[in-house]
Design a protein around this ligand. Sequence first.
Ligand SMILES: Nc1ncnc2c1ncn2[C@@H]1O[C@H](COP(=O)(O)OP(=O)(O)OP(=O)(O)O)[C@@H](O)[C@H]1O
Ligand SMILES: [Mg+2]
Length: 99
Amino acid sequence: MATLLHVDGLQTYFYTHRGTVRAVDGVSISVEEGESVALVGESGCGKSMTALSVMRLVPPPGKTVGGRVLFKGHDLLELTPDEMTEVRGHASPRSFRIR
Ligand SMILES: Nc1ncnc2c1ncn2[C@@H]1O[C@H](COP(=O)(O)OP(=O)(O)OP(=O)(O)O)[C@@H](O)[C@H]1O
Ligand SMILES: [Mg+2]
């Protein structure tokens, strides 16, 4: 099976007036074609921010500051906003149900 999504060392931080919140700090995940992966963990551990980081939908003042998100071999963190919109449009809505 081919690797569809490879997340490597992902880091998303929130820069607030009370300091830096390391919401996602070094997350790595591989998802093969046809495979389902669930993120499980206690409230606040970073599940939603991991998923939103992959789709580059982290709300400010959050910012993805490190790592790679390889989708079909392309690093999504390097795409232009227009290219990223294109990628989101082709993803199944069911794939990104984030709570
Ligand atoms: N706007 C924000 N400003 C500062 N910190 C934030 C912000 N949004 C999220 N965080 C922090 O990011 C961390 C991860 O949050 P996230 O929402 O990803 O958790 P979660 O695992 O999805 O939790 P839950 O199970 O409650 O949905 C938390 O520690 C949270 O406090
Ligand atoms: Mg959540």
